[in-house]
Design a binder for this molecule. Structure first.
Ligand SMILES: [Zn+2]
Length: 260
């Protein structure tokens, strides 16, 4: 019997190996965090969203979705509210880099040639880049030079046109979009049963200086953990964003698959 799935954790090793050898698929690795997302969104939002995006991409292009990284690098005040909230559970930067290096090298050992790291947590960015670099350096030492790894943050695929529709009153910027309109809208589209609509706070947008200070100046951080207004969120906006990400990221990966 054949079971229709493109989730790596649901495949048998025999099916996985056959797919790698016959179809040369992308392996998609969603990476997020376990991080406070205000009183209204689940703490897994940063991996739940890229996991959903990855699954939808795998319905469009030849791809297998690896189990996501559910933990990420430490939350930072100006983009995630900071690492001091109860529940936020983070890795040190080098742990994340080495975790990614190890997993990428395993995919390489399996014969995977195209890998995409789909990041849903801003703070992860350069530690993921480091993990990719460590893995490719080690692979090259073993004589493997034909592996290509894409790293992307899904929000970079938002068009100006969509931003205007989602933020008719003006866009506050991606850093302040923590637990705000974009993530709340996509959560309403993807898993509405997990959104506590009545708990969306009424805080004004956070007003951070242009520098970080350690230890944190807690008076600058909204106590709710939400960095800008989430009240304008809707499932329709979530669908608009989600569909755009799936379409554009699929096209980008497809072109990387075909590029010699
Ligand atoms: Zn988030």
């Amino acid at each position: 019997m054949t079971i229709e799935t493109n989730l790596m954790a649901e495949l048998t090793w025999v099916e996985y190996q056959a797919s790698i050898q016959r179809e040369n698929p992308f392996v998609l690795l969603p990476v997020g965090a376990l991080e406070q997302h205000g009183p209204h969104l689940p703490m897994g939002t940063d991996h739940l969203v890229p996991l959903a995006i990855s699954k939808a991409i795998a319905d469009r292009i030849r791809a297998i979705v690896a189990p996501p990284f559910n933990y990420g690098y430490k939350s930072q005040p100006r983009m995630g509210g900071g690492n001091h909230f109860c529940g936020t559970t983070s890795l040190e930067g080098h742990t994340l880099s080495l975790l990614l290096r190890d997993v990428l090298l395993e995919f390489v050992r399996h014969g995977v040639k195209r890998i995409a790291v789909i990041d849903g947590h801003y703070e992860n960015m350069m530690f993921l880049t480091e993990g990719i670099d460590l893995a490719l350096t080690e692979a090259r030492r073993d004589g493997i030079t034909d592996v290509r790894v894409v790293r992307l943050e899904y929000w970079d695929f938002t068009s100006e046109e969509t931003l205007k529709k989602v933020f008719p009153g003006g866009f506050p910027g991606y850093a302040l979009e923590h637990a705000a309109v974009m993530e709340t809208s996509m959560s309403l589209h993807l898993h509405p049963h997990l959104v506590r609509l009545d708990k969306i706070p009424n805080d004004p947008p956070a007003d951070f200086p242009a520098f970080d200070v350690f230890p944190y100046n807690l008076t600058q951080i909204p106590p709710s953990g939400v960095l800008s207004q989430a009240k304008g969120a809707s499932a329709e906006k979530g669908k608009l964003l989600f569909d755009e990400y799936v379409e554009k990221i699929s096209a980008a990966l497809q072109s990387e698959m075909e590029r010699p």
